[in-house]
Design a protein around this ligand. Sequence first.
Ligand SMILES: [Zn+2]
Length: 296
Amino acid sequence: MKELLELRVNYKYAHLLFKEDEGVNLGNPVRGYTIKVVKIDTSSSLFAEVEKVSKSVYEKYGECFFYGWEYQRKYSSKELHDAPLFKMTVRKYFEPSGEECGTEYDDNCACKLCGSGRKQISPLRIHKGRFLNKRDVATTLADEIVVSKRFVEVIRENDIKGISFSPVFFGKQESEDCFQLMVEGNRLKVDERTKFGGEPFEVVQDEENTQYISPCPNGDHLGLNLLSEVYVKYSPIINQYDFFISQQTFGVKNDGGPNRPLLRPHHILFCSPKLYRTIQENHLRGFNFEVAHIVD
Ligand SMILES: [Zn+2]
């Protein structure tokens, strides 16, 4: 596995580590660039340099060396062939969430601290939109996942176990083209080897979301962002089903408001090699996959 960290570096300080023609400069070439996008191999010495510079820029100027970041993990065909389990991520996010469109939830069973564990008690209601344009899956920022009709058909034709779907409503109208992929069913426990936190180097604290950076004292929420590959505890159900969700969640609970999106903690999705291959062979679009590790 080759792990790259894509960084959106603050152009003002990019010269401290990168040459002018390195990466991709974004912004206006006349008025000045604002961002430099670079990809860094996390096993390289440059990676440690980024941490150092990031710290010194923050200490000296109180500014961020980089704004956005994303891990990208690339696997060999052998690693993909041998993987016992995969983590699935939905690439496309859309708003507004179901809750903002009238989907009902029971929050009585939810954790008072992190918001994990609430129950959806009505069909998913969302606004009609182009979120499934040329793809088979998309999700709201509140962990409500919508899939195409074709996705449901392929899953049924291939006898995939442990996955369920429900109708989606646009207002009062039941959709014929999309369905909710229910984030429920068999759960796998995320092992503590999996790294969560605020950002890759923990230099700049996300002040707005401080309470979500550390795990919830109730044990149902692991942190703000996922920072590594995922490790799950072995369970015999891994050999019986094809789709799983993590027992614990991660991310932010935020009730939204003017210019602020409604956010809810997310579960991690996992699939068996069979479901991974079914999605690939049928060219179902919209998921990213990573190898997930099973530990005792
Ligand atoms: Zn909690």
